[in-house]
Write a protein that binds this ligand. Structure first.
Ligand code: FAD
Length: 518
């Protein structure tokens, strides 16, 4: 078994075709059909986002009623007729009778997204979990909510997560640093780490030492939280009480820092294993915070933290998996391959099998997204780990940002999910996604790729050196298609080179002045 063997693109494309053929003729899941209808209807997305944001979110029933009345003036056709009729009748009356019309509209919405977000009411949760596990999947529960603004909200969220962890029928829970501690400032990094660790120790000890241990995963959100989350994760698992506890963390491949972060975590996890401790798990995702990273960069006048294109993120995702899925690494670091892009999942699974590490890999998908395709993947990989958002009905507005993110992800034609319902019927959509997949593989120099670009990460010591490397390569006539700027004390910069260009590694080392040394 060679640790650098890689399947070529054709094998992965064939596996995707096999998965899609298994979904042919299957009666589409009704909620998936509704989502497909929403995406195909030109007014679908605006209506759905308007409904979720402007009718479900406002505290004031009068405001919600006015918004409902406006939305009712243009009802999209994707909705089933009874619902269209309800909105057509309820909309104009909403201003006169905000109660009960708005609560009824909200209840209908909750029912429509019940396959994406489940009810956390303790008496109902057990039955739902049992039902969702019927196909043999594992469930990773995530108590929904956005970044907390105050201590009371942070305490409430931490209590809610602890209650989930204590349930005997829950064995996997996701936590976000920004959900359990408020007002974290990166200017006081050490203080922030101490504060988050202090808050999380009781939760981790409950999860590790309880009668039925629960796996905890630290999810990743904004780029600004990356170093903090890694530091907190390591500090927690270095505690003597948690040395035998396996826990997880997420890395976002749309960040150029993903690979260096994986290497850092792997070195640390291997030392922990060698000292008799448990391993860890890393969930590899592309990253869901693109819009916010762009807004944050624009507001502050900073370079955008994420890689410069979808193709660069796709290539980096595979680059990170290629580095991670090796027999000498998975003993210390198991891998979660998370995403809905069937080409990437197929390639990652074949890579893991070719290297004999498939038993250390778990394929992770979002509850309710393209369930027919998920079922086909499950048949190949054994079981799925389903990301399962839960929310109390009284906190339903916490689900709104999650739902909007999913809607946007489904709507952007850059994204695989936008064509997910047409992959089988439309050769154009299949070809578009296949070409994107091959282009990203070609960036890594993997057989079957089809791009004339070559993506590469170049080690640099900060912004000044990155600029100097770039200037030197341009001066030497290297065709640079795209590049990801280095920020602050970043250790790598990303360059997308025209294939056949001079090897950047062979370019002369930067001088002391170029490196910013004075
Ligand atoms: C089980 C599960 C758990 C997840 N957990 C997390 C988490 O903890 N944190 C998190 O951030 N995300 C998380 N995600 C979401 C994930 O990061 C992706 O947003 C989502 O899976 C879509 O990626 P894809 O590979 O499925 O689809 P694809 O369509 O192949 O990829 C879409 C992704 O490409 C990237 N992209 C798109 N356009 C551009 C562009 N112009 N420039 C640069 N990059 C671009 C973005 O990351 C976008 O989400 C999770 C997803 C799953 C399935």
């Amino acid at each position: 078994m060679q640790s650098d063997v890689r399947p070529d693109a054709d094998a992965a494309v064939a596996l995707v075709r096999q998965w899609l053929s298994q979904t042919e003729g299957v009666r589409p899941d009704p909620s998936a059909a509704r989502l497909a209808g929403l995406l195909q209807d030109e007014r679908g997305l605006d209506f759905a986002i308007g409904f979720v944001d402007r009718v479900a979110r406002p505290d004031d029933l009068g405001v919600a009623a006015r918004n409902l009345e406006q939305l009712a003036q243009s009802i999209p056709r994707f909705l089933p007729w009874p619902l269209r009729a309800l909105i057509a009748i309820g909309g104009p009356l909403a201003r006169l009778l905000p109660w009960p019309i708005v609560p009824i509209a909200r209840r209908v919405l909750r029912g429509m997204v019940g396959h994406l977000v489940i009810d956390a009411t303790p008496s109902r949760l057990g039955r739902t979990l049992e039902h969702l596990r019927a196909d043999g999947d594992r469930l990773n529960l995530n108590l929904l909510g956005e970044a907390v603004l105050g201590d009371a909200e942070a305490d409430r969220r931490l209590t809610g997560i602890t209650e989930l962890v204590k349930r005997p029928d829950v064995d996997y829970v996701s936590v976000k640093v920004s959900a359990i501690a408020s007002q974290l400032s990166m200017w006081a990094f050490d203080e922030a780490v101490d504060r988050v660790v202090d808050r999380l120790v009781p939760l981790y000890e409950t999860a590790a030492l309880g009668v039925t241990p629960t796996f905890l995963n630290l999810d990743m959100e904004e780029f600004r939280d990356l170093d903090l989350t890694i530091e907190v994760f390591q500090r927690l698992l270095d505690r003597p009480s948690l040395r035998q506890y396996e826990a997880g963390i997420v890395l976002q491949a749309y960040l150029p820092e993903a690979l260096p972060a994986l290497d850092r975590l792997t070195d640390w996890a291997q030392a922990r294993r060698a000292a008799g401790g448990a391993g860890i798990k890393v969930r590899v995702v592309k990253g869901a915070n693109l819009a916010m990273e762009r807004v944050d960069a624009a507001l502050h006048g900073w370079p955008v933290a994420v890689l410069p294109s979808k193709q660069a993120s796709d290539a980096n995702y595979k680059r990170v998996l290629d580095a991670a899925l090796r027999p000498d690494r998975v003993d210390a670091v198991r891998i979660g391959v998370a995403g809905h892009n069937l080409f990437d999942i197929a390639w990652a699974w074949q890579l893991a099998e070719a290297r004999g590490v498939a038993s250390s890999v778990e394929v992770e998908m979002l509850l309710g997204m393209a369930p027919d395709q998920a079922a086909a993947v499950r048949r190949t990989v054994g079981h799925l780990l389903l990301y399962t958002p839960v929310v109390h009905p009284r906190d339903f507005d916490s689900a709104i940002s999650y739902l909007i993110r999913r809607l946007e992800e489904n709507a952007s034609t850059d994204n695989f999910l936008s064509g997910v319902f047409e992959l089988t019927a439309s050769p154009e959509i299949f070809a578009r996604e296949e070409q994107r997949f091959r282009a990203a593989l070609a960036d890594l120099g993997i057989a079957g790729g089809a791009s004339d670009h070559l993506g590469t990460l170049i080690p640099v010591a900060g912004e000044a050196e990155a600029a100097a490397v770039l200037a030197r390569l341009v001066g030497a006539g290297v065709a640079i298609v795209d590049f990801g700027p280095a920020v602050g004390d970043l250790e790598h910069t990303f360059l997308d080179l025209a294939r056949g260009a001079a090897d950047p590694a062979a370019a002369p080392a930067p001088s002391a002045t170029e490196r910013g040394e004075r």
